[in-house]
Design a protein around this ligand. Structure first.
Ligand code: ZN
Length: 372
């Protein structure tokens, strides 16, 4: 991971580069970032930059022996600690046993969230944990002198999930750190960290990605403009979410939504039943995703009909739809629809039969159309 691979966040990058050039490296740094943001990627790029044998002003070289090892996450002076859980696929009690899986997980892309990791190791429905044994083992991990680089680096991902015993073990190490060692605590829930840990670290606050940064990342990664625009619109700077959205490419939400609304408008009950059958067999995540999408568009229509259209972040293709739709319903109906979709979402979450929820909702929306 190099700095240039991460979209935007230029201020953070230049602060980090400066700290390396001036040798002002705090021994413990907290990469505090929003869920789905650039925290892990930034910590990896930073570590690569620190270890590079031939670094330029703005980035690591990307080709020296050290960069090559960092790119595969196998540098001998670079260590990881991350949450693990009892897994169907992997047998082990510390992150050591999970390392190969962790590397392949991160190399896919570094904008990831804990549930994805737990899913990756076949531990779904569990919490993930950094055990106190693991925390105490850190010193052993670091006791060998730096092999190749100047620094040994330990990256701890999600220190925020540690219990009191593990947190205190880490705290002890941060209070008396071994020499020439950097601790990078990478957290998307820093409010859950012990204040005593926070006070031992230098905090790097990483803002969430802007829509245009999300778009440019997705386009660079060969996703179509349309898919990239739509995902950026929906994900609120959460790149993990955006990547998931574009990968579900067959899931063309806007076409589905337009079809649904047209059928409600025409009160085409036969087609609504077909849509309900389709909805019934989707995964719950997808069912919720479609409801979220509907909510988002309805809210945008509300904004539009209030004459504040310039506030909207809707992509071009959807804007026409929003405009036309806003003409077909009045305020009160839109507000009613939003309420109904909210209720439907609530029921989907609570496992009420999806077909009934959807059909009910569709008929209610049809009535709203007729009420204008
Ligand atoms: Zn290099």
């Amino acid at each position: 991971m190099l700095f240039k691979d991460i979209p935007g966040l230029e201020n953070i990058k230049s602060t980090l580069r400066r700290s390396v050039r001036n040798s002002h490296l705090a021994h413990a740094q907290l990469f505090d970032y929003p869920t789905g943001g650039g925290g892990l990627a930034m910590a990896l790029a930073f570590s690569t930059y620190i270890n590079c044998e031939n670094r330029a002003e703005d980035d690591a070289c990307g080709i020296c022996a050290s960069c090559a090892k960092m790119a595969k996450l196998v540098h001998p002076d670079f260590h990881f600690i991350f949450p693990i859980a009892t897994s169907k696929k992997i047998d082990g009690k510390t992150s050591e046993a999970f390392l190969p899986a962790w590397r392949s997980f991160l190399l896919e892309n570094p904008y990831r969230v804990l549930p994805e990791w737990l899913d990756h190791i076949g531990a779904d429905n569990k919490q993930g944990n950094i055990s106190v044994e693991e925390a105490r083992g850190i010193l052993r991990k670091l006791s060998v002198k730096a092999y190749e680089g100047e620094y040994k680096i330990l990256l701890i991902w999600k220190p925020d999930i540690m219990n009191a015993a593990s947190s205190n073990a880490i705290l002890k190490i941060l209070e008396e750190p071994p020499e020439k060692t950097l601790f990078l605590l990478v957290s998307d829930q820093s409010d859950k960290l012990l204040t005593t840990i926070i006070s031992r670290t230098q905090r790097i606050t990483i803002p969430s990605f802007s829509d245009s940064e999300v778009r440019s990342y997705l386009k660079q990664n060969q996703f179509s403009d349309g898919a990239a625009n739509q995902a950026a619109y929906l994900c609120d700077g959460n790149l993990s979410e955006a990547i998931k959205l574009v990968q579900e490419s067959e899931d063309d939400r806007s076409a589905w939504f337009a079809d649904w609304m047209r059928s409600c408008y025409k009160f085409d009950v036969a087609h609504l039943v077909r849509l309900a059958d389709g909805y019934d067999v989707m995964s719950k995540e997808k069912q919720k995703g479609l409801m979220e999408y509907a909510l988002r568009l309805f809210r945008d229509m509300l904004v539009w009909s209030h004459g504040a259209g310039e506030l909207l972040r809707v992509p071009e293709e959807e804007l026409t739809f929003v405009q036309n739709f806003s003409k077909a319903v009045n305020f009160e109906s839109l507000e009613g629809m939003i309420e109904e979709v909210n209720t439907a979402y609530y029921h989907v979450e609570r496992n009420v039969r999806a077909k009934m929820i959807f059909l009910d909702l569709s008929l209610t929306i049809s009535q709203f159309f007729q009420r204008r």
